[in-house]
Design a protein around this ligand. Structure first.
Ligand code: CTP
Length: 406
């Protein structure tokens, strides 16, 4: 379809980037990035109409996104024809625009295209020896200024290296180290730094990627308050492994529950930092308000809960419930990873697997039938019933009625 519509417009159309990389690696990838040599927006409108999708246009960049049912989306970009005027009488050269588009990308492995026009359907466009780098499992930039153009690519290099078990090529690694040394990162005010860090921390196993970031000297940029040795010391490594374990444990038990791993990792990394330091991090990297609020409140609640529970000699189920009830899964798994006391870890486990799902046997309707009048005290009564049940003081409805009468 895409190729046929492109033909109607007399454009060349290509699928590019990660989709092609993953196709050659035989990995699933549902994000389609299309580049057309022509008016991308007009093309997107037509294609959107044809596929029955909604089209979001970004006029300024000549890009558009077609949103299809079931979270499917197609990004469309325009590769502009560029003409290079040579001085004197030499002719103007038209550089193939798809080539220029691909040359501006991050790494060779992401710089291939597959043509979609029916006549050339499936033709692999590989100007930069990308297939070879894919075979060699190498992450290579296309030119020396790549990280100067876009320092967020450093995070991408590490993310791809660890995800696919590739290696950042020697020269590319040198360029990264130079970029870091030249303090290219003085400013963190590009919101894409956070976007990329988040993507890295949401990968299947973020620990090796974090160690790599530390080794490439990025920790002082990300977390200036962590003492240099702290960034890679044993305790820190241990916490990362524990984080990975607690996430894996939760995933195994609750396959379909949603949570955001990056929050757990960030909380772990900054577990010994103050609230002010965490707030500064959020400001520096321009986190959306929603993320900022979540991080700060989970840290506060989790640290308080841990403090509170550690001070107790004997833990009742109701203590655990009250300490944890406002926490999200992210805060709970963070606590499970960093808590030093086994009792606290056990408490998180008990809460996540059983306590949080408990409810009293009587409900609001039962209370009404028993002659209690609805109102704010209702909530208190139900809570008292729940806590009693958690501590084993009641186990039947009659127990609960008796408990209310006491
Ligand atoms: N890209 C780039 N520089 C960046 C970000 C992206 O050159 N800083 C290019 C790459 O060619 C990449 C494409 O834009 O393949 C799409 O970006 P994105 O969807 O972030 O990357 P994917 O390679 O699809 O990665 P993922 O598999 O994680 O979705």
């Amino acid at each position: 379809t895409i190729g046929t519509i492109a033909d109607q417009f007399l454009f060349n159309a290509f699928v590019v980037g990660g989709f092609v990389r993953d196709l050659l690696l035989r990995k699933a990838n549902i994000d389609l990035d299309i580049v057309v040599e022509g008016d991308g927006i007009a093309f997107a409108r037509k294609l959107g109409q044809h596929l029955g999708g909604r089209v979001r246009e970004h006029e300024r960049f000549g890009t558009a996104t077609i949103i299809l049912p079931q979270d499917l989306k197609i990004d469309i970009a325009t590769a502009r024809l560029e003409y290079y005027e040579y001085p004197a009488a030499l002719p103007t050269v038209e550089l193939s625009s798809i080539k220029l588009d691909l040359y501006r990308r991050d790494f060779t492995i992401n710089a291939m295209a597959i043509q979609l026009n029916p006549e050339h359907f499936g033709r692999l466009v590989d100007f930069f020896n990308s297939q070879n780098d894919l075979k060699q499992m190498a992450i290579k930039v296309l030119h020396n200024l790549s990280f100067v153009d876009d320092p967020t690519r450093i995070f991408r290099a590490v993310r791809f290296e660890k995800r696919m078990d590739f290696t950042i090529a020697r020269h590319t690694e040198r360029l990264i180290r130079n970029a870091v040394k030249m303090n290219l990162f003085g400013k963190a005010d590009d919101p894409r730094f956070f976007t990329e860090l988040k993507l890295l921390l949401n990968e299947e196993n973020a620990s090796p990627a974090l160690e790599r970031l530390a080794e490439l000297g990025l920790f002082p940029f990300l977390w200036p308050d962590l003492k240099p040795h702290l960034s890679i010391d044993r305790r820190f490594r241990h916490c990362l492994v524990q984080t990975q374990r607690s996430i894996a444990w939760f995933k195994l038990l609750y396959l379909t529950d949603r949570y955001e791993p990056w929050i757990i990792y960030l909380l772990t990394i900054m577990s010994r930092s103050s609230m002010t330091v965490l707030a500064n991090f959020c400001d520096r990297f321009q986190l959306p308000q929603r993320n900022r609020t979540m991080l700060l409140s989970e840290k506060q609640l989790a640290d308080n809960a841990s403090h509170h529970l550690s001070a107790r000699s004997e833990l009742k189920n109701s203590d655990i419930f009250v300490a944890f009830r406002e926490l999200h899964i992210e805060g709970l798994l963070y606590l499970m990873a960093v808590a030093r006391k086994t009792e606290v870890k056990k408490a998180v486990s008990a809460y996540v697997t059983t306590l949080r799902h408990q409810a009293p046997l009587l409900n609001g309707d039962d209370l009404k039938q028993l002659g209690y009048r609805p109102g704010p005290p209702f909530k208190k009564m139900l809570e008292a019933l729940l806590l009693a049940r958690l501590d084993g003081l009641t186990s039947t409805r009659d127990d609960e009625i008796a408990f209310l009468n006491d």
